[in-house]
Ligand binder design. Structure first.
Ligand SMILES: [Zn+2]
Ligand SMILES: [Zn+2]
Length: 179
């Protein structure tokens, strides 16, 4: 949970800001965005004429699985946040605001306790940092098609001559199919 109370800010005129510095915060963002440690964030909450604008950047160590060698690794990523949250209740009167029927899906809300919860936004932005082919390192050589061992795990020398010629033919066939 990573949320901020904006009750005070909602009573200020548009343009008023609060800077929020988050350090070493452990959060859970769901199974598809697995954090390997705490996150940091530098955020600015700004009163707009409609609600609260949350902007800034977040840094987090994410767990990934290498697409070539299938090893787990950690990538430090940065993501940018830029989202406006609209009130659920009128900050002056405390009366629940009517929901606009035309409201776009995914409109972010300040909850009834004047809390802005960044969990969903952080989840979505960090999920977007996942590459199509995550690699533990750019030149990861991956796994040997013949024996399945890591190609960078020390000297990799079973040599073609150790393989039964028929198996070698099969291996090269499999290699061709993979390409
Ligand atoms: Zn790898
Ligand atoms: Zn091998």
């Amino acid at each position: 949970m990573i949320s901020f109370n904006v009750a005070g800010l909602l009573h200020e005129p548009p343009g008023a800001v609060r800077d929020v510095r988050v350090r070493d915060r452990y959060v859970t963002l769901g199974p598809d965005v697995e954090l390997a440690g705490p996150l940091d964030a530098d955020l600015r909450l700004q009163r707009t004429n409609r609600g609260i604008l949350a902007r800034g950047s977040v840094g987090a160590p994410l767990r990934r699985t290498c697409a070539r060698c299938t090893d787990a690794y950690v990538e430090d990523v940065r993501a940018t946040i830029d989202e406006e949250f609209l009130p659920t209740i009128d900050p002056e009167s405390g009366v629940r605001l009517p929901v606009d029927a035309d409201e776009p899906i995914g409109t972010l809300r300040i909850d009834e306790h004047h809390e802005v919860d960044l969990g969903q936004v952080l989840h979505d932005e960090l999920a977007l940092t996942e590459p199509m082919h995550p690699l533990c390192r750019p030149d990861c050589p991956g796994l040997c098609v013949e024996c399945g061992q890591r190609l960078d795990a020390g000297p990799h020398a079973h040599g073609d001559d150790e393989i039964d010629p028929r198996l070698a033919a099969l291996a090269s066939l499999l290699r061709d199919r993979e390409q």
